[in-house]
Design a protein around this ligand. Structure first.
Ligand code: HEM
Ligand code: HEM
Length: 158
């Protein structure tokens, strides 16, 4: 399996772990719920990178065909899942700022703002790529994704 599947799984575990630590059921704070949903939507779309990398690197024709078929089915939803992730995270951010204020000494908040900025660029590059495709935009979309992955990991760890 491609290494990105493992990285994505680790980020998912880290996210779920942090969420469980913050939540005391039956109380599930709304700002955490929106952050959690945003994380799941982001990870779902980012798994496309793991799938594409596997397709490029595998010599097994059967695996290639199977992954290409799954990937084809998901294409029409990809843009809406990414856009929804941005909407969910915008709600997460506005709820958080209403709760704690725009306190830039709060590391969780500043790392979140950075991740939110890159997510906005990610969604914008996706739409630009769809409307006016180019190799440069494809690479931008992928590199923004890798940066976003790292920033989200920092946001969760802090
Ligand atoms: C891709 C973007 C983002 C994702 C996936 C995300 C995800 C999460 C998740 C899952 C949590 C709960 C678990 C934990 O506390 O570690 C959380 C908490 C938090 N997030 Fe985000 N977030 C993002 C962007 C932002 C933005 C833009 C802000 C800025 C306002 C922000 C501020 C915070 C803060 C302050 C907390 C701690 C809340 C608390 O202590 O109750 N996040 N985030
Ligand atoms: C959370 C946000 C998003 C993430 C993590 C993400 C991630 C990815 C990844 C990993 C790929 C495959 C890269 C490759 O090897 O070419 C991809 C492809 C693509 N993305 Fe996104 N994306 C996001 C949002 C969007 C949005 C909002 C659009 C809007 C149209 C979009 C449009 C595209 C297009 C057109 C492709 C190439 C077609 C294909 O998937 O085969 N993306 N994206």
């Amino acid at each position: 399996m491609n290494k990105w599947f493992y990285f994505n799984f680790l980020l998912l575990v880290l996210g779920v772990w942090n969420i469980i630590e913050r939540v005391q059921l039956p109380f599930f704070p709304v700002h955490i719920a929106f952050g959690a949903l945003g994380l799941f939507f982001f990870l779902f779309n980012w798994t496309r990178h793991a799938v594409f990398s596997t397709m490029r690197n595998t010599s097994n024709k059967q695996t290639k065909i199977r992954l290409a078929n799954i990937s084809k089915k998901i294409v029409p939803y990809h843009r809406w899942i990414g856009t929804t992730a941005l909407i969910l995270i915008s709600i997460h951010a506005s709820l958080v700022i209403r709760l704690f204020g725009l306190d830039l000494t709060n590391e969780k908040l500043t790392s979140g703002l950075l991740a939110g900025t890159v997510l906005t660029a990610m969604v914008a590059s996706g739409w630009l790529r769809l409307l006016w495709p180019s190799v440069k935009k494809r690479m931008t979309h992928i590199w923004l994704g890798i940066s976003l992955f790292l920033l989200v990991a920092v946001h969760l760890i802090l």
